[in-house]
Design a protein around this ligand. Structure first.
Ligand SMILES: [Zn+2]
Length: 591
């Protein structure tokens, strides 16, 4: 029973420990007042953007790949084609069509200066749709960004502005809806009075305890400890109630919020931690600008996410994390334990509607380790990098230039190289490791060991994906090096792409009649560098082929307004990859 202690002693010890715990250096101690949320709108600010019940599969601020989700994902009964409504009166301020991202998206500007965003649409309203099509034909481009004049397309609150879909980087029909402020910063849409049922509490699944330096220990070891958490109503606990730790300790939790009638894991709104009854950390996930959103990788335990998929939100903050969501922060959330007392920790998670769960446990102080840092391996080159300066690393055949503020914290940068028979143009350069997140890209240059002149403009830098597949990081050959910008560490090498993209018709043979058909599709793929351009021509004129990148599909919707009917048409498709390898398909169809 190493952690048992009577209640009276606890109180006395808390008094003492209050002095002991925070006597260390107060690194960037921020202590904001408990300021109220950015915008408490009246319930009438916005109307529901759909005419079906608002059930969500995602909420604002939930952690996605290298970003916080900037909107809410509204379920559309698993189908496309539901009405999408103007959440308030306004005009179309921007229209975007992309093969990835938000796909077909509409941006409405409202009299209060705010903008609402409707993403992954199947179709725009007829007037907007024909304007977009006209512009696509005029510019000979499927992908397009348009900023119509104010009031060129105006809508009243509740007007149908389009139909919901699954376009762009969407993996199931839904409407992505955002509210942005005048500076285009996305806000927590759930604060704007929508009628969404939520009496369900956030859940806490895991507690993580981190020894933050070589001297610190958790349960007698110098590795992080992951402890399963059980919740019953609002109360969450860990099996032993008590953890032994000493030195500089960080905590983290995996937590998800849930809305009523929906099993989807959403993100909580606030996380707070008190240590011996003093609040030392409080974060409220709202108004995160797009310029800072990739700091989500610093907010979480990035390595744990890559290794196990668990999303542990850290309750301590990296020194160069630029997010402004941390409203209370004492000693960056780092707990210093330099005694053998029992300390009380409480972690509180709330959602936007005030449902809450609380995890309580104790930490018993335990001595620190006198441990030397790991002995350096001869094969590994090490260098100390600071986050607040430019860092340059050069070795035989490699150059790494990391701009100031690209790192979230100082780094003991490591480098080594290995030979691999499958990579014939260069060694594999092990640039630190993929578990360290970056805020900004850095410049990576690798000198090929062997690269015939004829292949120089086909060269790129690649790394390995999860299944060992090669992933292009782009790059160009110049001055003996292949150089690219990359936003991750890991194992990199020089590869060449000399393979043309592939174009395969889907359910179509040249000469077929398309009478009674709606459209014509082709699967277009590329092996390494990726598709950069595509174009389709019918009767030698540019025609609108829509590209759905996630499904590798290029689709032409048969357009009676642009095709002469009852004749044979000549069809041509050209696809080019990022290394200028081009494929061409020629055929005919009757329509
Ligand atoms: Zn979304």
């Amino acid at each position: 029973m190493p952690c048992s202690i009577t209640l009276n002693t606890v109180k006395a010890m808390q008094f003492i420990s209050g002095f002991l715990i925070f006597t260390g250096v107060w690194i960037s101690t921020l202590c904001y007042s408990q300021n109220v949320p950015i915008k408490q709108a009246s319930a009438s600010d916005y109307a529901a953007p759909v005419d079906i019940p608002m059930l969500l599969s995602g909420n604002y601020g939930e952690i996605r790949t290298a970003h916080f989700h900037s909107g809410i994902d509204i379920k559309t009964e698993q189908v496309e084609g539901k009405h999408v409504l103007a959440a308030n009166a306004g005009y179309v301020f921007r229209i975007a069509v992309h093969s990835g991202g938000y796909g077909k998206a509409l941006y409405l500007k409202h009299p209060n200066g705010q903008v609402t965003v409707y993403g992954h649409l199947q179709q725009f309203s007829p007037a907007v749709d024909s304007y977009v099509r006209e512009q696509q034909y005029a510019r000979k481009s499927f992908e397009i960004e348009l900023y119509p004049k104010a009031n060129q397309f105006s809508f009243n609150r509740g007007d149908v502005i389009g139909l919901s879909g699954n376009s762009g980087n969407s993996f199931g029909p839904h409407l992505h809806f955002e509210i942005r402020d005048e500076l285009s910063v996305p806000l927590n849409a759930l604060q704007y009075g929508f009628s969404i049922a939520d009496k369900t509490r956030p859940r806490i699944n895991w507690l993580a305890v981190y020894p933050l330096d070589h001297q610190s220990t958790v349960s007698g070891a110098s590795q992080k400890l992951l402890v399963p958490v059980t919740c019953s109503d609002a109360t969450c606990y860990i099996a032993d109630d008590c953890i032994e730790a000493g030195g500089n300790i960080g905590l983290g939790i995996e937590t998800f919020d849930f809305l009523d009638y929906s099993a989807n894991e959403c993100g909580p709104y606030t996380l707070a931690m008190t240590f011996d009854e003093r609040q030392v950390y409080m974060c409220r996930i709202d108004s995160i600008p797009f310029s800072l959103t990739s700091s989500a990788d610093s907010h979480i335990d990035y390595e744990e996410k890559l290794k196990s998929g668990r999303i542990i939100q850290k309750l301590y903050v990296d020194p160069n994390n630029p997010l402004r969501i941390y409203k209370v922060l004492v000693n960056n959330g780092i707990i210093q334990i330099r005694d053998s007392l029992v300390h009380h920790v409480s972690i509180e998670v709330k959602d936007t509607y005030g449902n809450e769960s609380q995890l309580r446990f104790t930490i018993r102080g335990k001595g620190t380790l006198v441990q030397k840092p790991k002995v350096n391996n001869d094969q590994i080159v090490q260098k100390g990098f600071r986050y607040d300066t430019l860092n340059v690393f050069e070795d035989q055949d490699i150059r790494v230039v990391i701009p100031r503020d690209a790192l979230f914290r100082n780094l003991d940068f490591q480098y080594s190289r290995i030979k691999n028979d499958s990579c014939i143009y260069s060694m594999i350069h092990q640039v630190h490791n993929r578990y360290t997140p970056l805020f900004k890209p850095y410049i990576l240059s690798i000198r090929p060991e062997y690269l015939p002149r004829a292949l120089q403009d086909k060269a790129l830098i690649a790394n390995f994906g999860k299944k060992g597949e090669w992933i292009s990081q782009g790059g160009t050959y110049k001055g003996g090096y292949v150089t690219t910008k990359v936003k991750e560490f890991g194992d990199f090498f020089v590869a060449v792409d000399t393979t043309n993209p592939a174009i395969a018709p889907v359910g179509f043979n040249t000469g077929d009649s398309l009478e009674g058909k709606q459209n014509l599709s082709f699967r277009i793929t590329d092996s390494l560098s990726g598709i950069s351009e595509f174009a389709g021509y019918i009767d030698r004129k540019w025609a609108l082929f829509e590209y759905d990148a996630k499904n590798d599909l290029l689709t032409y919707v048969l357009d009676d307004n642009r095709l002469d009917k009852n004749r044979l048409h000549i069809l041509e498709i050209v696809v080019t990859d990022n290394k200028n390898n081009a494929a061409r398909y020629r055929g005919e169809f009757f329509y």
